[in-house]
Design a protein around this ligand. Structure first.
Ligand code: KG4
Ligand code: ZN
Length: 336
């Protein structure tokens, strides 16, 4: 079963062909970073236009990489939410058109479940049930995955997503967009205990909060700047990263222990964070819980993860009518 998927929820136009939800045959990601860097963040209108221009090319390239034509594809898949509405709409329209023209079924995929599925591509031995921490630019979710394409939300951020917090910290330090990877790289040379940032207090047992930490960081940098000395940027980056990562690890391990989960996985752009990968590995080793980390090139947005997630939905007969719409606030379906 070969699925051709398109992902256009934010600033990556990505297409891929995946076989049986596990094997990547072709995977092409066109990043729009250069187009948005000038503005310090993603400009939705520019993203939509760039997707329209790039869709056909990335699909052609993914098929070429897979050595296939449309005839060799059994089904199509597309991210229908959550994300930027205009960006999502370009992908949904493109794939609806293809589905109609080719007479092939179209599978709608939630972007967050796509991130989770990156683990099926990386680790062929991974099967549900497992707990997954999804940390991206738009989401910080703690998701229980009892079965393929079945999800229960255990916790989520009350304010900023982890990636958003990293991006804001980067801005405060004067680092260019996208800031998360730059804060991570700079943090490698700094002392994580140089500055302490407040531990967030949230009501939900497995919920996160990063907004207080971000404000405290901004105040700290302002105070240091007022002294007129050069900013210890590496120490600041390391301290901020430490605070975010410790909070993510603490809450995730609390849920893992209390729910006695058989395995844990990370997903989303922030799962590329070096400190998060190291600390989770340590914590899981101590707790005796197997940990699954997505391949670095599959942490960020890509089409392969969407094609993988679509496979499990397709097996259950879930296809979309041609009235499928983009849903910017699409929730991860809660089923037990
Ligand atoms: O999953 P993703 O590519 O897109 C969304 O679905 O949002 O995640 C992008 C986010 C950005 O906020 C980016 O700064 C962050 O992931 N990110 C990182 C790292 N690599 C990407 N944050 C911290 N450390 C990294 N190494
Ligand atoms: Zn994403």
């Amino acid at each position: 079963m070969r699925i051709l998927a398109l992902e256009t929820s934010c600033d990556e136009t990505a297409a891929a062909v995946v076989e049986d939800g596990r094997t990547i045959l072709g995977n092409v990601v066109f990043s729009q970073i250069d187009l948005h860097a000038l503005y310090g963040g993603v400009v939705p209108e520019i993203a939509s236009r760039a997707h329209v221009e790039a869709c056909d090319r990335v699909i052609d390239q993914a098929l070429r990489e897979a050595g296939l034509t449309f005839d060799g594809v059994d089904a199509l898949a597309v991210t229908c939410g959550p994300g930027l509405v205009g960006a999502l709409l370009t992908g949904v329209s493109c794939m609806k058109g293809l589905a109609y023209a080719l007479g092939k079924p179209l599978v709608p995929v939630n972007h967050i479940e796509g991130h989770i599925a990156a683990n099926y591509l990386t680790s062929p031995e991974l099967t549900p049930p497992f707990l997954c921490l999804v940390v991206s630019g738009g989401h910080s979710h703690l998701v229980w995955v009892p079965d393929y394409a079945t999800y229960t939300l255990l916790g989520q951020t009350r304010d900023d997503a982890a990636g958003e917090a990293f991006d804001k910290a980067a801005r405060v330090l004067g680092l260019p967009y996208p800031g998360g990877p730059r804060v991570d790289a700079l943090a490698e040379e700094g002392d994580p205990l140089a500055f302490s940032l407040p531990e967030p207090r949230v009501e939900g047992r497995y919920d996160f909060s990063f907004s207080g930490m971000k404000t405290a960081f901004l105040n700290l940098v302002n105070q240091l700047e007022m002294r007129g000395e050069p900013l210890p940027k590496a120490d600041l980056a390391a301290s901020f990263r430490h605070a975010v990562v410790e909070s993510l690890v603490r809450k995730t391990m609390l849920a893992a222990r209390e729910k006695q989960v058989p395995a844990l996985a990370l997903a989303g752009g922030v799962s590329a964070n070096r400190a998060l990968r190291r600390r989770m590995t340590e914590a899981c080793r101590e707790a005796g819980i197997p940990l699954y980390l997505p391949r670095l090139d599959l942490c960020g947005d890509n089409g392969a993860m969407i094609a993988s997630a679509a496979y499990w939905r397709f097996l259950r007969g879930e296809t979309a009518p041609l009235t499928l719409n983009a849903v910017p606030g699409l929730r991860l379906i809660r089923e037990v």
